[in-house]
Design a protein around this ligand. Structure first.
Ligand code: NCD
Ligand code: ZN
Length: 459
């Protein structure tokens, strides 16, 4: 089937201009002059007054599937993604069993594909005991890259990743550390692998840990110095070995500074931050309570300002959500000490980026942060992240002007309360196409579960 998206302003590779997009099957066939007549066999979709952006790519989500169906699964995750204009989600490997081998990745892909409403990629897990062969097999099976959680232990009895390593249980395997990553780095470079890292120094977290009574305890227990140290160490490994490193959820001015110093020493680091670190600070705690508890924490106003500055300067190239839902019992009914870390967010990624970019004078930059740059770094471009002939017809149609509120009722994720609750955005996501299929309209998912396909990087 052919379809013509008519009347909008399209973000082409040369910038936004009035144009029509002709879709044939899964792909964009052509970007056409705005006055051309529709081909006789094409169904016309009116986008008058709207912006046509490349479908969003969230490089950091936690689907909880398989493992925690009460928190989320791929159906609810991708319903939320579609509603917010995200046409590719890239899922972290801390599902259960964690994605630490090629056969576990294949099992997960088959399972979640049946529920996926948009396309997805999968990260593989680096354990401290991972061999180069295991990691090469994971990449060959289609992992977009590998993720190392500094300080998060692996429990071999059920194959789960724990939030800490503070137990001596015999089934707890030590987290990967700088030693294991430096050992693996040359092999990873040989595989052209991208290594994503949860960058908080484990020894720092252990030394600074203290009982959590108030938000101050969270900030003191996970200091920005822990992030900066981890980034410096990874920067050294990268500059000495040419390892491609992706810093997940950058949260602090110190971490940013460490990354820039490492880059000036030759490190190949990509930086990802999240909407919650750009919109919020510790001052929001009285309003949000445990909803804003996450690792690493939302920090000071000075950190927020530095991250925003780094994004605008192009030092941080990717915005992803770290979408990490938990149940009401784990989040709403728990004390700050007991609440699980993480917040849903995939549904408001594009809206957040549009709003932030708009305030700085050029809303179209949102597409770079939430689509083009993640596509490039993850090796998915030009299949994803590009509105041009031959690319997948993943389109997010946005109307500038009408306000969207991140209300609890509008959220499609299983956990509807999140850190960005009640945020206001001066845009509406009107229609979303995944490979030519309409998957959401006016914030409501409408496509079939099972439509999504796994994407894998290509060189
Ligand atoms: C994530 C989770 O719950 O899976 N939580 C979080 O606070 N960010 C784990 C992670 O991304 O580190
Ligand atoms: Zn993380």
């Amino acid at each position: 089937m052919r379809r013509l998206i008519r009347g909008g302003t399209v973000l082409t590779e040369d910038g936004p201009r009035r144009a029509q997009i002709l879709i044939s099957g899964d792909l964009i066939e052509a970007v056409l002059d705005p006055v051309l007549e529709a081909p006789a066999d094409a169904e016309v979709f009116e986008a008058e007054g709207w912006w046509v952006m490349p479908g969003g790519i969230d490089a950091h989500v936690h689907s909880r599937d398989p493992g925690f169906p009460d928190k989320e699964d791929f159906d609810s995750l991708t319903a939320a993604a579609a509603a917010g204009g995200i046409t590719t989600v890239v899922d972290m490997p801390n599902t259960v069993p964690a994605v630490a081998s090629a056969h576990l990745l294949r099992d997960k892909a088959a399972l979640v594909q049946a529920r996926a409403r948009v396309d997805f990629g999968l990260w593989g897990l680096v354990r401290s005991t991972s061999s180069p062969e295991t990691l090469a097999d994971l990449l060959a099976a289609g992992a977009v890259g590998l993720k190392a959680y500094l300080g998060y232990a692996f429990r071999s009895s059920d194959g789960s990743v724990r939030y800490s390593a503070d137990s001596a249980a015999p089934d707890l395997e030590a987290p990967p550390d700088y030693g294991s990553l430096a050992r693996l780095a040359p092999a990873l470079v040989g595989m052209d692998a991208l290594l994503a890292v949860h960058a908080e120094d484990a020894q720092m977290l252990r030394e600074f840990a203290r009982p959590i009574k108030d938000y101050e305890d969270i900030l003191a227990g996970r200091p920005d110095l822990a992030e900066a140290m981890a980034i410096s160490a990874l920067g050294l490994i990268s500059s000495r070995t040419a390892l491609k490193v992706h810093i997940a959820h950058l949260s602090s001015a110190s971490g940013l500074r460490a990354a820039l110093l490492a880059r000036s020493d030759g490190a190949d680091l990509s930086l990802e931050t999240c909407p919650q670190y750009l919109h919020l600070s510790a001052a929001d705690y009285p309003r949000l309570g445990a909803l804003m508890k996450m690792n690493p924490p939302i920090r000071t106003e000075a950190d927020r300002a530095a991250l925003l500055q780094g994004l605008l300067a192009g030092e941080i190239s990717i915005v992803a959500t770290d979408h990490a839902p938990h149940t009401d019992a784990e989040k709403l009914q728990a004390s700050l000490a007991d609440a699980h870390p993480g917040s849903p967010g995939v549904q408001t990624l594009y809206l957040s980026c549009l709003e932030i970019a708009q305030r700085q004078g050029d809303a179209w930059r949102a597409a770079a942060w939430a689509s083009v740059e993640p596509a490039r770094r993850l090796g998915l471009w030009p299949q994803k992240g590009r509105l041009g002939p031959g690319s997948d017809a993943d389109l997010t149609l946005v109307e500038p002007g009408p306000e969207t509120v991140a209300s609890v009722e509008a959220m499609q994720s299983r956990q509807r309360h999140g850190a960005l609750m009640d945020q206001r955005f001066g845009f509406a996501v009107r229609a979303v196409f995944s490979r030519g299929q309409l998957v959401a309209q006016d914030g409501r998912p409408c496509g079939p579960a099972g439509w999504g396909r796994m994407v894998r990087p290509h060189s």
